[in-house]
Write a protein that binds this ligand. Structure first.
Ligand code: PGA
Length: 262
């Protein structure tokens, strides 16, 4: 069985103080769970992507749960250092305890005009360096979905994102399929449509790459109400949660339901 990934994307929310309060509640819930069930055999990784300002602080807070709680950034730049005002390097992220980085989130693509070319260079840099595991976001907008063009659209995003990766080994890749029309709208994809896209992504990747550790996770209006239906699908390996991850109790419930812990 593939290990599940349950990831929280805080986006531009929460100060350091807010994060401390969040984890005081969240870790209390997790510790309560530890007292009731054996979490050592757990088949899920929990990932948190707080804002850059809270990466170091979060790293300290989660250090006793490092075996299954991991840290991600929401973005990264491909250059090692230099005159790139406002950007952040792989070195900086790794030194804060990051093991993952989100790349190509639709908000980066659409609000900040990140191009396929830029996303390809970020993926290349992260692979060359080897310390961070990329969570590559792909997904079509409503117009594309209405015209039934989602498969080719996402295939093209994958092709561009991976074009600078040398060889065919992309085993650590995590793809987050996040249809833009489902993000923050309260309208998640129907589980069977999600499954169809995830299967398509798997087939596409398998046809060109060695993907032994690749995961394909879903994002877009995931809540504790729909998590079980989504996770029931064989090609959906986990979720990337925005809005519903901001409340510790909701995100804990999502984690618990996704991991089948009572
Ligand atoms: P949402 O965001 O859960 O608020 O829809 C998901 C995401 O953008 O990763």
């Amino acid at each position: 069985m593939r290990k599940q990934i349950i990831a929280a994307n805080f986006k531009m929310n929460k100060t350091d103080e807010d994060i401390k309060k969040y984890f005081a509640v969240f870790l209390d819930l997790i510790n309560g769970l530890k007292n009731r069930s054996n979490l050592s055999g757990l088949d899920s990784d929990l990932i948190f992507a707080p804002p850059f300002t809270s990466l170091s602080g979060t790293n300290k807070i989660i250090k006793t749960c490092r075996d299954f709680i991991k840290l991600s950034s929401q973005n990264v730049y491909y250059e090692k250092s230099g005159a790139y005002t406002g950007e952040i390097s792989i070195d900086m992220l790794a030194s804060c305890g990051c093991e993952y980085t989100i790349i190509g989130h639709s908000e980066r693509r659409n609000i900040f005009n990140e191009s396929d070319e830029l996303i390809g260079k970020k993926i290349e840099a992260v692979y060359k360096d080897g310390r961070l595991r990329p969570i590559l976001c792909v997904g079509e907008n409503l117009e594309v979905r209405k015209n039934d063009g989602q498969e080719k659209f996402v295939e093209n995003q994958l092709l561009n994102a991976l074009k600078y990766v040398k060889g065919t080994v992309i085993k650590s890749l995590i793809v987050a399929y996040e249809p833009v029309w489902a993000i923050g709208t309260g309208m998640p994809i129907k589980a069977e449509d999600g499954e169809a896209m995830h299967r398509y992504i798997y087939d596409y990747l398998e046809s060109g790459y060695s993907i032994s550790e690749t995961r394909v996770i879903y994002g877009g209006s995931v809540t504790e109400k729909n998590i079980e239906e989504i996770m029931d699908k064989p090609h959906i390996d986990g979720v990337l949660v925005g809005g519903a991850s901001l409340d510790p109790q909701s995100f804990y419930n999502i984690f618990r339901l996704a991991s089948n812990i009572n």
